[in-house]
Design a protein around this ligand. Structure first.
Ligand code: MN
Length: 209
């Protein structure tokens, strides 16, 4: 398998890449971790993509507790950070690197609010319908812990998870506006930091009876 076009960077973004990304109005972001529990499972990779399609895969070292350039980018108020299932990624970024991501757009929430004709809201299904691209998710559940020796298959997978997000975001935004759900979507995105605070304190049913 040949490596597609992306950069790999250790521990943080370079100053040059940070400068480029700070000029964008939106950045797609994804993470790979050792598992689904942010309090237990360490963060291994942070992947980013700007509107020009420049993809960077940042390898996070074991025991690493900050990444100053990633923090500058992900907290920059003038740049929308686009995730698929942001609730997980912003929890792991906050817990492991102390990054308070904002402002946020979640393509999974947007898909659920706009695409009410289906219950298929995984990234693969959303990209398939809106971009006519078949994502290979075979590396999804793999060992991301040996960051120095990731396979080409793993790196390509990680990079592809951010490559289509900004295009998906635009298409979902158009659908949300058409269906008069854009304001509601924004209110949901603004609530995410609070929901993540509750998740990290392990409150599970705060709004239940
Ligand atoms: Mn991913």
């Amino acid at each position: 398998m040949t490596l597609q076009d992306f950069q790999v960077s250790d521990r943080d973004l370079s100053e040059v890449t940070l400068g480029q990304y700070l000029e964008s109005e939106a950045i797609a972001v994804d993470t790979e971790t050792m598992g689904l529990l942010p309090l237990r499972d360490r963060l291994c990779l942070v992947q980013l993509c700007n509107p020009e399609g420049k993809v960077t895969v940042v390898r996070i070292a074991k025991g690493q507790t900050d990444a100053p350039n990633l923090k500058k980018l992900l907290e920059a108020a003038h740049i929308q950070k686009v995730f698929h299932f942001a609730r997980f990624d912003i929890a792991t970024l906050r817990h492991h690197l102390g990054i308070k991501v904002q402002p946020i757009f979640c393509t999974k929430i947007a898909s659920k609010l706009a695409r009410t004709y289906t219950n298929r809201h995984g990234l693969k299904e959303v990209v398939q319908e809106l971009e006519q691209v078949e994502l290979d998710k075979s590396a999804q559940s793999s060992d991301w812990g040996n960051a120095a020796n990731l396979s080409d298959t793993q790196l390509n997978y990680a990079a592809n998870d951010v490559r289509y997000l900004l295009s998906v975001q635009q298409k979902l935004t158009t659908m949300l506006q058409r269906e008069q759900r854009w304001e509601l979507a924004q209110e949901c995105f603004q609530a995410l930091p609070t929901i993540v605070s509750l998740d990290l304190l392990q409150f599970k049913d705060l709004f239940e009876h």
